[in-house]
Each structure stands twice: as C-alpha cells, then as structure tokens.
Design a protein. Structure first.
Length: 218
C-alpha cells in the first residue's frame, strides 16, 4: 500500500493570517491532529498542532482584564505560533514507512507532496489506524487464528497450504515478534475455524489465545 492511495485530499488548511481561535475551532470539529499552513499562493510553509494552540493560551494569562485578554486572543494569528519543521513524504512512499516515520519522530501527521514539492495530500494517525484495520482484514469478517511458529522461511507457505487444502480463503495475514517469539495471525473466510485449528495443530503448530499472554498484562 502506498501513501498516495490512502492520503486525505480534501482537508482543512490554514494560512499564517488565520486567527488562532478559528484554527482551534477547526481542530475541534475535524478529525485532524494538526493543521497544515499554506501561504497565499498555496505553498506549504508549516503546521500547527493542538498543543501549539493550547500553549499559546496560557502565555497570555497575565494580569490582563478579561476583556483585554479576549481582545488579544481575537487578534492572535497562526503566524505567531506555527512550526516550520514540517516533514513530508511522496505519494509513492510505502504506507508502513510513513507510519514508522510518524512513530519514530512522534508526529501527528505528514504532508504529502509531489515531485515539484507541491502539497497534494495529508496523512495522520487516523489514516494509519484505518490502514491497520483494513490490512488485517478486520472489517471483512471471518475468523482469526493466532499461531506461535518457528522463525524460519516457509512457515507462511505451509500454513497457507493447510488452509488451501481445506478449500478456504485467506482474508489477511500478519506476522509479529513478541519477546523473541514469532507470532502469525491469519484471518480466514469462515465463521467456524475449529477444523482449520485442528488441522494446524495436527501438523505441530501451536495455536495461542489471550489466555497464553495474560501473565504479560496482569
């Protein structure tokens, strides 16, 4: 999956002249984690986060009277608080690469730009969560089997072969490491996975459930 296939195309943007109080309303009424800032010609110049807006408010909490404070807030613009260290990706970027970048750098989102550096889209944490649910096949139903397997080549091929021999379709697969253990998650197109589970166990595969991990969170 590529960023260009999942990026938001129609999203709220602000300019340096946008009032902070208006930017706050936009963030409160949208599912965005930050707002991209563009200049008069539409060129990307930075971003502003909820945290930046919140931080701007206390800085004005001096001995001013309420009406004076309200007046200042009515004049404060995004230009005073937006950040310019904006991180961008291209639409060709692998979605997992963008997700890793957001995780490593603790980013609320990424601007998507074309080869000329023009802003064409935006991805945020909501997009990444949507991709996770989709890639794991959660919305397609079926049943989920979780196996602890040897960390060796050919494991997925073997598991897929067992399922294929039973004339069932695989909706999605995923592999994870946890404390040195290789975990394979398979979602199959059936409401009753018991026969598949039995076939995999007959071939020496270890099926695991939440009960096998309770000691990790209790």
């Amino acid at each position: 999956m590529y960023v260009g296939l999942k990026m938001l195309r129609d999203f709220v943007k602000v300019t340096p002249q946008t009032l902070v109080k208006d930017a706050q309303k936009m963030l409160d009424t949208s599912t965005l984690w930050m707002l991209l800032v563009v200049n008069e010609s539409g060129k990307l110049v930075g971003y502003v986060r909820k945290e930046d807006i919140s931080a701007a408010m206390p800085s004005l909490m001096t001995s001013l009277e309420k009406h004076e404070l309200n007046y200042l807030m009515s004049k404060l613009t995004v230009e005073k608080i937006y950040r310019t260290d904006i991180k961008t990706v291209s639409p060709e970027t692998e979605i997992e690469g963008a997700a890793d970048m957001m995780y490593e750098m603790n980013l609320a989102g990424l601007a998507v730009v074309d080869a000329q550096g023009e802003l064409i889209g935006y991805i945020n944490r909501n997009v990444m969560l949507d991709v996770l649910a989709e890639e794991m096949g959660y919305r397609e139903g079926g049943s989920r089997l979780t196996l602890e397997v040897e960390d060796r080549s050919g494991v997925l091929y073997e598991v897929a072969g067992v399922i294929a021999n039973m004339k069932l379709s695989i909706i999605s697969t995923g592999t994870f490491f946890y404390n040195g253990r290789r975990i394979v998650v398979v979602r199959i197109d059936t409401d009753d996975p018991s026969a598949v589970a039995a076939a995999l166990q007959d071939r020496g595969y270890k099926l695991v459930s939440p009960d096998d991990f309770k000691g990790e969170w209790t």
